[in-house]
Design a protein around this ligand. Structure first.
Ligand SMILES: [Zn+2]
Length: 104
């Protein structure tokens, strides 16, 4: 990282020059692989509130994977994702129950 980029206002701010960009990309690639899965789990957890069973199922699987892979003490995101999923599961079951009871 060059001097100009090190003097950015915040450490997480984006680098200024191309060489530092490539340096940053290397670092991101070397970062723990869980991060992307965790984000996906949180997104899917939020999307679970749309009553679509495939999304809820995918969210459940992804968040369980996040929890299984996360080292102890770093399971917060997985637990939040799983919590969201269960919330979405309740919503989905309620909506489906409502739809089916109306059809009968
Ligand atoms: Zn730079």
């Amino acid at each position: 990282m060059c001097e100009a980029c090190e003097r950015r206002t915040r450490p997480e701010a984006l680098p200024l020059c191309p060489s530092c960009w490539s340096l940053r990309e290397q670092r991101v690639a070397a970062a723990p692989k869980g991060t992307r899965l965790e984000s996906a789990g949180l997104w899917l957890g939020g999307l679970s509130f749309i009553p679509l069973p495939p999304i809820v199922m995918a969210s459940l699987i992804v968040n369980i994977m996040v929890l299984a892979r996360a080292p102890p003490g770093e399971r917060t995101k997985g637990l939040v994702g799983l919590g969201l999923t269960f919330g979405g599961l309740v919503v989905t079951i309620s909506v489906l129950a409502l739809v089916f009871s109306r059809d009968l």
